[in-house]
Design a protein around this ligand. Structure first.
Ligand code: IMP
Ligand code: MG
Length: 212
């Protein structure tokens, strides 16, 4: 059965309209991040609701599983999604992080994923759920899924918050999907540009002039 994703049908909003921040005279480093966002495509409230639904799906899937569950979050983009998701999951679990870099520095062009930190943790013989922020070209997930398989897990599933269906190859192995989005470079809720904007609570698109 193929997993279902929500598509976002929200009218586009400007970050300023959502946050109602007063305009401040600031420089590149001190201005609020809202000022760098052109429009928001997913509000934090929508994300929270969907993460709860995903947690219910995941909890139901693993309800009958007797051996242990290990979550494998792909750093750094998955950190906020992971933090919210696991607090909605009632079962015992271990966490084994893996750190991959796909967009080094200030670029929006994907490179071959590079392992910054290899998979470390309890994976062999365990039920593994890989957790990532976004399924774009699928190269990162393929690489992580291979790393997990090499360690002989009892089972392997994958959860992503976002998917770009126009880019993701049809054979991508993914079991839980939060939202399908357009092929846009997005930031916030863990997703970055040049390692910035991960702390923006919504998911949005940067102002054009900030992207080289
Ligand atoms: P893939 O290997 O092309 O599927 O890329 C997946 C990784 O690239 C994700 O884990 C993200 O960290 C990053 N990425 C892909 N698309 C975006 C985006 O729109 N904004 C920020 N990061 C992205
Ligand atoms: Mg990532």
């Amino acid at each position: 059965m193929s997993p279902s994703a929500r598509s976002y049908a929200t009218p586009v909003e400007t970050a300023a309209a959502v946050t109602r921040l007063p305009h401040l005279e600031t420089n590149e480093h001190t201005r609020p991040i809202e000022h760098d966002i052109n429009r928001i495509i997913l509000r934090s409230e929508q994300i929270r609701t969907r993460v709860r639904e995903l947690a219910d799906e995941i909890a139901a899937t693993y309800a009958q599983v007797e051996s242990g569950l290990t979550l494998v979050p792909v750093l750094s983009g998955s950190i906020i999604f992971l933090a919210d998701l696991i607090r909605e999951l009632p079962m015992k679990m271990k966490i084994a992080v893996v750190h991959l870099s796909t967009y080094p520095g200030r670029t929006t062009t994907a490179q071959e994923p590079r392992a910054v930190c290899e998979l470390a943790g309890d994976v062999e013989g365990r039920h593994v759920l890989v957790v990532d922020d976004i399924l774009d070209t699928g190269r990162t997930l393929k690489r992580v899924q291979q790393m997990v398989r090499d360690r002989q897990p009892a089972s392997l599933r994958t959860a992503v918050l976002l998917r770009k269906p126009d880019k993701a190859p049809p054979d991508s192995e993914v079991d839980f999907i939060g939202f399908d989005i357009e092929d846009l470079f997005v930031v916030g809720y863990g997703l970055d540009f040049g390692d910035y904007y991960r702390n923006f609570p919504h998911i949005g698109v940067l102002r054009k002039e900030l992207i080289p």
